[in-house]
Design a protein. Structure first.
Ligand code: ZN
Length: 291
């Protein structure tokens, strides 16, 4: 009896808990190391956002710098519930690409943050996993533009470049799917802090749900269309959450960015969202920043 009791105690102590009291059961891996953006500045914000939800234990895998030995970059994706990419750089090895594809296909979660959707223009399966991407020579050969026209999602096969943006500014994000776990319960419109508003993204756009859009105002150099900002993509048994937001560390202080990242990562990892929308979520006319 005494022996059993001690075993139970040992078992209990192994269940790590977080500040919020949840069992720290979801493992997240943030990938960085190459990006035309300030990845050294943004990765800590991604880690902090995920960990502060109380749901994730986060590790970071930093790829070799440009020109380094990419064959040595072999994260063990299958050890994690969700992979969060802050990576926009050189191709991974064939082995690492195959492991990543198998991971998502078999039910793994993925989150693409901002310029992660610029990466890997030639990698077909990656583009299916992110749904749409920009730059890197993407054109109509890569798939349609995805826009929100007359109250619904439209895939537009016009010829032209994939990916552009106007000048940075505060802009309103509009929720377009109020039933999806990631966006259910969020305000219909909320003001996002000064960021780069990606437009003209294009790609396979298969099994893609547009969760939220923003209007790329031509007065700011935008496309003049309602552009997808938050997306959910099904790929095999896996789930992918794509946020086009998050150009810089400052952009990642927006509570709208933080909360949608937390919810998107939980959904990608589990298919559900258990988090409540916090009281400091931004409103249509009010920014909200967490330092
Ligand atoms: Zn950017």
């Amino acid at each position: 009896m005494k022996h059993l009791f001690l075993s139970l105690l040992a078992g209990v102590s192994l269940l790590a808990t977080t500040p919020s009291g949840h069992a720290a059961q979801l493992k997240a891996l943030v990938i960085d190391g190459q990006n035309n953006h300030n990845w050294k500045g943004t990765t800590p914000h991604l880690v902090k956002a995920l960990e502060s939800s109380g749901l994730f234990k986060v590790e970071v895998a930093t790829a070799p710098a440009k020109g380094g030995d990419m064959a040595s970059f072999k994260p063990k994706f299958s050890d994690f519930d969700v992979i969060v990419s802050n990576y926009n750089g050189e191709p991974w090895s064939a082995e690492t690409k195959a492991a990543f594809e198998a991971y998502v296909k078999n039910g793994g979660g993925f989150v693409s943050v901002h310029a992660a959707d610029n990466s890997f223009p030639e990698w077909k399966e990656y583009n299916k996993i992110i749904g749409v991407g920009g730059w890197g020579g993407r054109t109509e050969k890569d798939g349609p533009y995805v826009r929100f026209i007359d109250g619904k999602v439209a895939k537009v096969m016009d010829a032209g470049r994939g990916g552009s943006h106007g000048q940075q500014h505060d802009f309103v994000v509009e929720v377009r799917d109020t039933n999806h776990p990631i966006t259910a319960g969020l305000p219909a419109k909320w003001l996002h802090v000064k960021d780069e508003l990606y437009d003209r993204l294009r790609g396979p756009a298969e099994n893609l749900t547009v969760l939220a859009t923003a209007f790329a105002n031509p007065a700011k150099g935008g496309s003049g269309h309602h552009e997808p900002m938050l997306m959910a993509i099904d790929y095999g048994k896996g789930r992918s959450f794509h946020t086009a937001l998050g150009h810089s560390p400052e952009c990642m202080k927006c509570v709208g960015f933080i909360v949608t990242l937390q919810r998107g990562a939980e959904w990608a990892a589990t298919g559900k969202v258990t988090q409540k929308v916090p009281a400091d979520f931004p409103a249509a006319d009010k920014l909200s920043i967490r330092d």
